[in-house]
Structures are given as structure tokens and as C-alpha cells.
Design a protein around this ligand. Structure first.
Ligand code: ADP
Ligand code: MG
Length: 258
């Protein structure tokens, strides 16, 4: 559950003050897949970095699973990020001197996660790179590097995954592969996914599409039953009926209170 209440961001550029995000109100329930679209400079990356707690808003507050991250100090934020948040960047951000396997393993070891070796190997297999674990990033294609980054992002079993144009540096075939993997992992792990993309065909596969323009949400479109593409509509329907179950309703009521 992500909740933004009157979140804005103003930066100083020279003597001028520039508001790059204006009074955003947003609630994203657990497990929802939200695509964020909008022209370059509309505030998409700013929104993601605020939700990740990588930056503080100028006004308003942000809650992740009920915790007010806007009131946390750096070290508390780092702990929360380590426990809850995964981040995937357009440019992969792998460590070049570590193999694919080590790129997944090392952050887990630093975080002191149990069974790190087994889990790193399992994640490598989950993203379809079992045979490539001993390769360095420079020996992998862009799509493969991004799959390593995805495995790494899932290593702390995050409840929230933030992806900033994860397919932006990939050709359409690799981009589609990476995108499908993200969607699959999002559903299997019941992770909330906030994904920035320029690709409207990809965005339309999300449960919900938020459009930003000049730092404002100008459209917030949630898919109802049967909305969207043929293949996705069936899955969206399933998710709606899951939500309609006793458990789903209880969860929704509980989340309303937070
Ligand atoms: P997007 O990801 O949608 O392309 P960004 O969130 O990166 O947009 O940026 C939104 C606007 O804010 C852009 O015009 C950008 O130049 C500006 N901006 C972002 N961060 C800063 C900063 N620290 N100082 C000044 N301007 C910034
Ligand atoms: Mg951006």
C-alpha cells in the first residue's frame, strides 16, 4: 500500500523556484500494477524517487504500508528500503566487477539475509539465466543485464517494486521479455509495481495508468472488469474476483484504515 497526501516537490534553480510536482494525492493498493506515463520532464522519476524515499517532498506525506517515510531519518529510510522496496533503473546499475550471480548475492549478504547463496541461485533461475551466472555484465546483452537487475531487486522480497523506464534501453524484443518477466514476478510475489514507461502498448497492460503532465496527475485510469487487451483482461478479471473474496474485502477495509 502506497499513499501520497498532498505531495509536492519544489527545487531551486539559481534564484528561481521551480515546482516539479504539484500536490499529488494517490493511493495504490497492495499488489496493484500501475504504469506511470507522461512526456519527458513531467515528473515521473521525481515521483518514483519520492516513493522510494530517495528524496524528500517539499510538502505532504508519503506512507508505505502505513509507515510515514516522510518523517524518517536517513538510516530509518535505508532500513525501510532494504526491507520493502526494490528499484530497477533504465541503465541496469549492475556492478561491473561482479558476475551476474554475485550481483544478486552480494547485496543479500550485506543485508544479512538467510540462505543468500541458495536464494541468489533460485532468483537467477527464475529470470532464466541459470547458465549465465558466472558471466560479467559486459558479457551479457542489455536484456540479460536487466534480468539480473530484476533478480537483484526481488532478492529482499520487496512489497513495492519501482521501475523507472526499465525497458528504455532495450530493443522491442528484449524490452517485451523484460516487461513480461516483471509482470509475472509482480503477480507471483503479490508485489505492488510502479513502472514508468514511454511505451503505451506496455502501459496498457497495467491494472492502472497514471498520466503526468508538468508535475500534475492529468489522468488516472483504472481498468475495470474486461478492460484492456484480450489476454490481460482475463487476468484482470481474475484479480477483481480475488479482491471480491472475503479475504480481499477484509484486506481492502484494513488498508482503508491505514
Ligand atoms: P521525467 O522523469 O518525467 O522525465 P523528472 O522527474 O526527471 O521528469 O524531472 C521533472 C522536471 O524537474 C524536469 O524538468 C527536470 O529537469 C526537473 N528536475 C528534476 N530534478 C531536479 C533538480 N534536482 N533540480 C532542478 N530541476 C530538477
Ligand atoms: Mg525520468
Amino acid at each position: 500500500m502506497i499513499r501520497l497526501n498532498n505531495v509536492s516537490k519544489t527545487v531551486s534553480s539559481g534564484s528561481e523556484k521551480l515546482t516539479i510536482l504539484h500536490s499529488v494525492y494517490l493511493t495504490i493498493p497492495r499488489g496493484q500494477f500501475v504504469a506511470v506515463v507522461g512526456p519527458s520532464g513531467s515528473g515521473k522519476s521525481t515521483l518514483l524517487s519520492l516513493v522510494a524515499g530517495l528524496d524528500y517532498p517539499t510538502t505532504g506525506d508519503i506512507r508505505l504500508d502505513g509507515e510515514y517515510i516522510t518523517q524518517m531519518k536517513e538510516d530509518e529510510l535505508a532500513r525501510l528500503r532494504g526491507a520493502k522496496v526494490g528499484f530497477i533503473f533504465q541503465s541496469f546499475h549492475l556492478i561491473p566487477s561482479l558476475t551476474a550471480y554475485e550481483n544478486i548475492l552480494v547485496p543479500m549478504e550485506i543485508a544479512g539475509l538467510p540462505k543468500a547463496r541458495e536464494r541468489a541461485q533460485a532468483l537467477l533461475e527464475e529470470v532464466g539465466l541459470r547458465e549465465r551466472g558466472h558471466h560479467y555484465p559486459s558479457q551479457l546483452s542489455g536484456g540479460e543485464q536487466q534480468r539480473v537487475a530484476i533478480a537483484r531487486a526481488f532478492s529482499n522480497a520487496p512489497t513495492i517494486l519501482l521501475a523507472d523506464e526499465p525497458t528504455g534501453n532495450l530493443d522491442s524484443k528484449n524490452g517485451a521479455h523484460v516487461f513480461e518477466l516483471l509482470v509475472k514476478l509482480n503477480r507471483e510475489h503479490d508485489t505492488t509495481l510502479l513502472l514508468v514507461t514511454h511505451d503505451h502498448a506496455l502501459a496498457n497492460q497495467a491494472d492502472r495508468v497514471i498520466s503526468l503532465n508538468e508535475g500534475r496527475i492529468v489522468e488516472d485510469r483504472e481498468k475495470g472488469r474486461g478492460g484492456g487487451g484480450e489476454r490481460e483482461s482475463g487476468r484482470a478479471g481474475e484479480r477483481v474476483s480475488e479482491r471480491g473474496s472475503e479475504d480481499g474485502r477484509a484486506r481492502e477495509q484494513a488498508s482503508e484504515r491505514t
